[in-house]
Design a protein around this ligand. Sequence first.
Ligand code: ADP
Ligand code: MG
Length: 229
Amino acid sequence: MLEIADLYIRYGAVEAVHGISFAVAQGEVTALIGANGAGKSSTLAAISGLVAAAGSIRFVGRDIRGMPPHEIVRAGIVQVPEGREILARMTVEENLLLGARGRDARGLRSAYERFPILAERRSLLAGMLSGGEQQMLAIARALLAAPRLLLLDEPSLGLAPIVVARVFETLADLRRQGTTMLLVEQNALRALRLADHAHVMELGRIVMSGTGAALLRDEAVARTYLGVA
Ligand SMILES: Nc1ncnc2c1ncn2[C@@H]1O[C@H](COP(=O)(O)OP(=O)(O)O)[C@@H](O)[C@H]1O
Ligand SMILES: [Mg+2]
């Protein structure tokens, strides 16, 4: 569905991503894991059209590199941004409708079915929600745009362990329903358990690739990213 080839990203004189290539297959979860500063968010930003990049980014056969972000969203790629970026002074429902094209009663209903807590809190200011609820809201808002490919940047960042588990259950549900996802995570254990395929990024390069299961069994991955002695 998505094919990245020889992707380079630079910020002024600093090159952050040095020619990475990988693909995302339809219906699968593909994960990018790696330490802070590895270039994961930059890669997502390039796919979303938010930073310039060299190389090729093809989405269902079409070159989308250099397209403006709103056209990339229209093509079907929707990102759940790092830090959720919900609008704290708008209500939960107003935030959801920002994701929809127009007043999408059916989309809202399915968002509320999926996340009953958001239905309960629909008239509250989004800033009153807990961190976990805000993450649910950010995911629900992205789903309202009916993505063909969902990009997620660190959905578990800053959340308590029990809430992290809930977020990953939500992602596993989405996967079962056939949602194609590209997931960036520092929680490598959770990401690899969920992912069909994963790539390890270090300093702007992909240094290892495999199925989630294979990387979970890899000793170097275990030592470096899973905290196994
Ligand atoms: N807007 C920016 N301007 C300059 N350098 C940046 C910018 N965003 C990221 N970088 C640099 O690019 C590298 C990769 O960052 P990033 O993609 O955020 O990594 P990750 O998401 O894996 O933590 C880092 O060295 C970071 O400092
Ligand atoms: Mg990042």
